[in-house]
Design a binder for this molecule. Structure first.
Ligand code: F6P
Length: 343
């Protein structure tokens, strides 16, 4: 009789909505379609070092589709960052290799963003069977059109900007809203456009302070009672200042306009995944199980042109997907009067 394949799932890096939907997708397909045994590793790569895991069966994977966060917990442990604790103790990658064998694993599925795909690639280079799945609200994972978590965060950020509009109007203020995204502007760009932001600042487009002020003053002179500025956390600014604080202070100091800032923060990563993220996570998860069954490892399952595809981890690792400066969406936004603070 053929030996049952045994696989481990882990979630690493910052959490986001859709992680549980993806765990359910891989786990259920692995158990029901391919007859595999599935375990969950707690707290990302830490659990792989500390042998902290639990058995995942159909019951454990039921009822989690709509839940935010991750039932496995997560951490920002990077096992390759420091090669040795001491000269006489094994390195973390060596411990992981040993634990992989002790657990009798046939594959580890790593759900995470850029850092996680990089670690997954390094583990794969050590000879472990590894598959990556792209999650992040930042949408900056290379080689995939979308990552789960992005759509949910986009919904949250857009709703917040919608709410900011009414108070901005009542007080005739400039409201500066700060959106997450690390060094990429996807979430700011999309929520800025969806929320009708007047000025959108993203890390990919260098801004000019004078342009920002004259654009906002011009709107006020034209009788617009308020303006909404949507700013990415990753824009150029002094290190000790939050992006929204810096821009609001700039407006208050150098114009007669009154500005206030709102930093959305972790609310963007919390709560139930959107329907689109549930579907995406389920598709990617089940496709990962299929890849394991085919014996195809060292890949990340991605979405390209609405198809699930397998991309070599070595082609993903270490790359960042940022907003291209020639993206047509930027031009469309400019056509309706949106400013990116650049000219
Ligand atoms: O990568 C997701 C993200 O939420 C970024 O948008 C943000 O910069 C970062 O994680 C925050 O990370 P932490 O959870 O370590 O504070």
């Amino acid at each position: 009789m053929k030996r049952k394949k045994k696989i481990a799932l882990l979630t690493a890096g910052g959490d986001c909505p859709g992680l549980n939907a993806a765990l359910r997708g891989v786990g259920k397909a692995a158990i029901l379609e391919y007859g595999m045994e599935v375990i969950g590793i707690r707290d990302g790569f830490s659990g792989l070092i500390n042998m902290d895991f639990l058995q995942l069966n159909e019951e454990k994977l039921s009822g989690i589709l709509t839940k935010g966060g991750t039932i496995l917990g997560t951490s920002r442990e990077k096992p390759f960052k420091e090669s040795k604790y001491h000269d006489f103790i094994k390195s973390k990658p060596e411990i992981i290799q040993e634990n992989y064998d002790k657990l009798g694993l046939d594959c580890i599925v790593c759900l995470g963003g850029n850092g996680t795909q990089k670690t997954a690639d390094k583990l794969s280079a050590l000879g472990l069977n590894v598959i990556g799945l792209p999650k992040t609200i930042d949408n900056d994972v290379w080689a995939t059109d979308l990552s789960f978590g992005f759509d949910s965060a986009l919904n949250i950020a857009t709703e917040a900007i919608d709410r900011i509009h009414t108070t901005a109007n009542s007080h005739r203020r400039i409201m500066v809203v700060e959106i997450m995204g690390h060094n990429a502007g996807w979430l700011t760009l999309y929520s800025g456009i969806a929320g009708g932001g007047d000025l959108i600042l993203i890390p990919e487009i260098p801004y000019n302070e004078k342009t920002i002020i004259s654009y906002l003053e011009d709107r006020a002179e034209k009788g617009k009672p308020y303006s909404i500025v949507v700013v990415a956390e990753g824009i150029k600014k002094p290190e000790n200042k939050k992006a929204a604080t810096y821009i609001a202070e700039l407006i208050n100091k150098t114009s007669d306009l009154e500005a206030r800032e709102t930093i959305l923060g972790y609310i963007q990563r919390g709560g139930s995944p959107s329907p689109a993220d549930r579907v995406l996570a389920t598709r990617l998860g089940a496709a990962a199980a299929e890849s394991i069954s085919d014996g195809h490892f060292g890949i990340m399952v991605a979405i390209q042109n609405n198809n699930t595809v397998r991309v070599p981890l070595k082609d993903v690792a270490g790359k960042l997907k940022t907003v291209p400066s020639d993206m047509l969406l930027l031009e469309r936004a400019r056509q309706i009067g949106t400013s990116f603070g650049d000219c």
